[in-house]
Ligand binder design. Structure first.
Ligand code: PBG
Ligand code: ZN
Length: 321
């Protein structure tokens, strides 16, 4: 029976009623906080392109993670920035590399009370800034896989519960699963950046992680933003290769992809609300043009509503007070 009998506003009258019928929650347990740890600094350094985020020392990393945990956010995605880089990204798979140091520190601090996720890529560690081995201007897929395999093992040894390969090399999930299993790390999970697009929204992150490619771009390995069918293909492959969680990245401009991946996936779906999405909100909020926290909450709610079980977001702290 339509109006006047049917009046949807009845259930919007009070906050108590609205809360009773709300379909989507954003709770601390849904959020993963990305954290940057930098080698060779004595004090945490602000990241100019990402107001409110820091490059941490080991000590400030632990402190920030504690602060997040006190707000209920206890899953962390760790990015390392080494003090030396080379063509092969050696520090990514050095057992004493900065990412491994960070993982160890967090594991010591939290025991089993936190979920530690290692971002697994080479671009922070290579002098050319690409996500894999560069030869004659080309990022070599299969050579890169060997280095990813080594990186997965040292991250697992350092205490990672989950490794998160973000380089978009073909076969990376299968290769890493094999390597972990051979090393006896059958319990280490893989969160696959399954549908990672070659997005302009990573700009601020490249300053944060000091990983901008010196020449060229990443469109030879990351996906074309125009393609959803290909995103589903990538997801299918990662599921077949043994991904425990699949991720879509970025999040907001790709809600349709998140929704389609959620429909097909038998494993949890994560979405990465990336640096550009964060910094646009922070910048507009600093100008006084929007209420940044309200916009951030709306964004993350939309990402959850689209079908993401988990959201990687720099807003984790702001959203959980
Ligand atoms: C590198 C990596 C990037 C991000 C996560 N891992 C940047 C890139 O691919 O260029 C982006 C994260 C963000 O923008 O917040 N493999
Ligand atoms: Zn990379």
């Amino acid at each position: 029976m339509p109006f006047p009998a049917d009046r949807p506003r009845r259930l919007r009258r009070t906050e108590a009623l609205r809360s009773l019928v709300r379909e989507t929650d954003v709770l601390p347990r849904h959020l993963i906080a990305p954290l940057f740890v930098k080698e060779g600094i004595r004090e945490p350094e602000p990241i100019g392109s990402m107001p409110g985020q820091l490059q941490h020392t080991i000590e400030s990393l632990t402190k920030e993670a504690r602060e997040l945990a006190s707000r209920g956010v206890r899953s962390f995605l760790l990015f390392g920035i080494p003090s030396t880089k080379d063509a092969a990204g050696t520090q990514a798979y050095a057992s004493g590399g900065i990412s491994q140091q960070g993982l160890r520190a967090l594991r010591d601090e939290f025991g089993s009370d936190a979920v530690l996720i290692g971002d697994l890529c080479l671009c922070e560690y290579t002098d050319h800034g690409h996500c894999g081995v560069l030869r004659d201007g080309d990022v070599r897929n299969d050579e890169t896989l060997d280095l990813y395999a080594q990186t997965a093992i040292v991250q697992a040894d350092a205490g990672a519960d989950i490794v998160a390969p973000s380089g978009m090399m073909d076969g990376q999930v299968a290769m890493i699963r094999d390597a972990l299993d051979d090393a006896g790390r059958t319990d280490t999970a893989i969160m696959a950046y399954a549908a990672k697009f070659a997005s302009a929204h990573y700009g601020p992150f490249r300053e944060a992680a000091e990983c901008a490619p010196q020449e060229g771009d990443r469109s030879g390995y990351q996906m074309d933003p125009a393609n959803i069918r290909e995103a589903l293909r990538e997801t299918t492959l990662d599921l077949e290769e043994g991904a425990d969680i699949v991720m879509v990245k970025p999040a907001l401009p790709y809600l349709d992809v998140i929704s389609a991946v959620a429909d097909m996936s038998a494993v949890p779906v994560a979405a990465y609300n990336v640096s550009g999405e964060y910094s646009m909100v922070q910048a507009a909020a600093e100008c006084g043009w929007i209420d940044g926290e309200a916009v951030a909450r709306e964004h993350v709610t939309a990402i959850r509503r689209a079908g993401a079980d988990l959201v990687v977001t720099y807003f984790a702290k702001q959203l959980c007070s």
